[in-house]
Write a protein that binds this ligand. Sequence first.
Ligand SMILES: CC(C)(COP(=O)(O)OP(=O)(O)OC[C@H]1O[C@@H](n2cnc3c(N)ncnc32)[C@H](O)[C@@H]1OP(=O)(O)O)[C@@H](O)C(=O)NCCC(=O)NCCS
Length: 222
Amino acid sequence: MDRVIVIGGPGPAVSIANAIRHASQQFGTEVEFTGILNDSSEGGTINNIPVVGKLSDASAFQAQGYKFIFTIYKIGGQPHRIQLFNSLGIRESSLYTFVHPLAYVAPDADLAPGVVIMPNANISHGTKIGLGTLIMSNAYIGHDTIVGKHCFMSATSCTGSYITVGEGVWVGFNATIRGRQKLGQYAAVGIGSVVVSDIPDEELWIGNPARFHKKVTAPIRY
Ligand SMILES: CC(C)(COP(=O)(O)OP(=O)(O)OC[C@H]1O[C@@H](n2cnc3c(N)ncnc32)[C@H](O)[C@@H]1OP(=O)(O)O)[C@@H](O)C(=O)NCCC(=O)NCCS
């Protein structure tokens, strides 16, 4: 049985940890959730989830056969966080791909290592989801859409068909992306926004129809 550690803090890490426990307890998914790696709370808990070490402990856990999910994504500064992930030296074979039993994933969808599909998400046919990407609860990915590595697709976001989502893209709650658009790498979409045209690299767009708001080369509060 896989023993899984989630890397991150309050928010997605805790939600994903609870969803893994739920899958195991309610649906018999063969996975054992171990705890969280977090640099500020070692030895304590975050929302009742045990913190079993710091990020620098990942290699020791990897040597013992543990598998990992990386959840540290935010708007802005994504290249820095992807660099952080790469610095941990986690092999692709040590990434855990988690699909909650209440999610729908089309039979031909291609999920890379470390992908998370949360409850009630829908991953349509012909899709490809890149390494480490998190698809949160009730998010929809339309058919023949390609989502890059290390993206964060918030709960209830709706990404249409034939879309190309670049590496490290962040899409907010309830945002909708029209089919056949292209989201450049490290781009971001604000809460509830409706995207009807391509978004260039590292730009945050908001509103309906979504328009350029600002560059997001550095982390921002959201
Ligand atoms: C866009 C966002 C990141 C804020 O960016 P910001 O640069 O700090 O923007 P501000 O809050 O200063 O707002 C600037 C203006 O944009 C407007 N605005 C902010 N977010 C907006 C959105 N999503 N859609 C439309 N308008 C928005 C504000 O009302 C404000 O308008 P005003 O100048 O007329 O008063 C934030 O509002 C957002 O959408 N966060 C996403 C949250 C989310 O989805 N979380 C889910 C996972 S945890």
